[in-house]
Design a protein around this ligand. Structure first.
Ligand code: NAD
Ligand code: MG
Length: 392
């Protein structure tokens, strides 16, 4: 039995992962779970899976969970130290990293350093400190298996091929819920509209990232570090139906792609069982029924966030961490109705413009850039949300 820890078990990826675990009794043993604040969901998971340890980042929530789980064998820990303790449990074979945002960097890096195999959904740490994560993974002889559907598709399309023969990675993007809108129309987009993803049901942060196309900007950076391929060889293609999950072009111009109906359980199960494929009870892809697949170039004018991703990668050092932090703050402000949709990109642009990139040699370097960018972006948002305020 593979002993697993799930970081972010109450989220969209976390619950899909547990769904797979339930379908294959005898294959996985859940020994650790973590969540942010959702006490009731984590309690339900504790009762179903009986993990030895669970962590909640929020101390008050942890206290409440302890009260609700009295008499059960599960140890409840809390805070950053609790997340790290759970991520590095000595018995764990595989850690599914599915926290949303930069909050996942510390426990995921700790798991890597502790020699755990990683199934990585949480893309933001790879954006913040990709080189550092890969250096540590090499040192600890750890493999990082992609869960993000595009990266899983690339990984699957590379199996049995030589890295030197790769010419291009082509990441597909659905274009999100606002693809057909003009910039003028985007001005008044509400969180409800932006949360209506056409193909995928995901957590709110990544859904807004899909609407701005920042998700693809983050994924370009993620692909750069996961596959050690320069940005100049990574392209993005809009593909509205999300059937082709990504493509790899080889030197002989042969292109290999991975296809499937959009359901995260396929890439999650692949990362959890690699190199085995397990039978999932999902509908089969019926291309005749779908009839048509559509493609076009991304529109960088209406969706400037994608280009910001490339730009951050080109500048390097702390810039991708700054891009990520400013985005997290801006997305939250948009969801809280403090700023409009177009101000997300504007906030990131201004934060990046104000940042002088430095090298990332340690985790602290990445966290420092993250903290600086959150502070700076917060100030910009205050100005944007109070029209009369003076800009300093
Ligand atoms: P979600 O919001 O549904 O779940 C996030 C999880 O992280 C929850 O368990 C939550 O309790 C926990 N969490 C949130 N903030 C935390 C904090 N500060 N400290 C500790 N834990 C915290 O998110 P999701 O959609 O499942 O996405 C998770 C990650 O996977 C993201 O990085 C996302 O980009 C990536 N991803 C998601 C999908 C998808 O289909 N949902 C697809 C590809 C990649
Ligand atoms: Mg993706």
């Amino acid at each position: 039995m593979k002993k697993i820890v799930i970081l972010g078990s109450t989220g969209s990826i976390g619950t899909s992962t547990l769904d797979i675990v339930s379908k294959f009794p005898g294959k996985f043993e859940v020994i650790g779970l973590t969540a942010g604040t959702n006490v009731d969901k984590l309690e339900e998971q504790v009762r179903t899976f009986s993990p030895a340890m669970v962590a909640m980042s929020d101390a008050v929530a942890a206290q409440q969970l302890r009260a609700q789980c009295q008499g059960l064998r599960t140890k409840v820990v809390s805070g950053a130290a609790g997340l790290v303790e759970t991520a590095t449990m000595p018995a764990a074979d595989l850690v599914i990293s599915a926290i949303v945002g930069g909050a996942g960097l510390l426990p995921t890096l700790a798991a890597i350093k502790a020699g755990k195999s990683i199934a990585l959904a949480n893309k933001e740490p790879m954006v913040m400190a990709g080189r550092l994560m890969q250096d540590e993974a090499r040192k600890a002889h750890v493999r990082i298996f992609p869960v993000d559907s595009e990266h899983s598709a690339l990984f699957q399309s590379m199996e049995g091929h030589r890295a030197v023969d790769i010419r291009r990675l082509i990441l597909t993007a659905s274009g999100g819920p606002l693809w057909n809108m003009t910039t003028e129309q985007m001005k008044d987009v509400t969180p409800e509209q932006a949360l209506q993803h056409p193909n995928w049901k995901m957590g709110p942060k990544i859904t807004i990232d899909s609407a701005t196309l920042m998700n693809k900007g983050l994924e370009v950076v993620e692909a750069r570090w996961l596959f050690d391929i320069p940005a100049s060889q990574i392209e993005v293609l809009i593909h509205r139906e999300s059937i082709i999950h990504s493509l790899v072009e080889y030197s002989d111009r042969s292109v290999i792609a991975q296809l499937g109906l959009p359901d995260m359980r396929t890439p999650i199960a692949y990362a959890m069982n690699y190199p085995e494929r397990v039978p999932l009870d999902l509908p089969s892809l019926n291309l005749a029924e779908i009839g048509q697949l559509n493609f076009c170039e991304p529109d960088h004018e209406r969706f400037p966030c994608l280009r910001l991703g490339y730009e951050a990668l080109k500048t390097g050092g702390t810039m991708p961490a700054v891009l990520n932090a400013a985005n997290e703050v801006a997305v939250q402000a948009f969801l809280n109705r403090k700023i409009g949709f177009l101000s997300i990109a504007a906030t990131i642009r201004r934060t990046m413009d104000a940042h002088v990139s430095a090298e990332i040699l340690t985790l602290e370097d990445a966290l420092q850039a993250d903290t600086w960018a959150r502070g700076y972006a917060t100030k910009i948002i205050e100005v944007l949300s109070t029209p009369s305020a003076v800009v300093h």
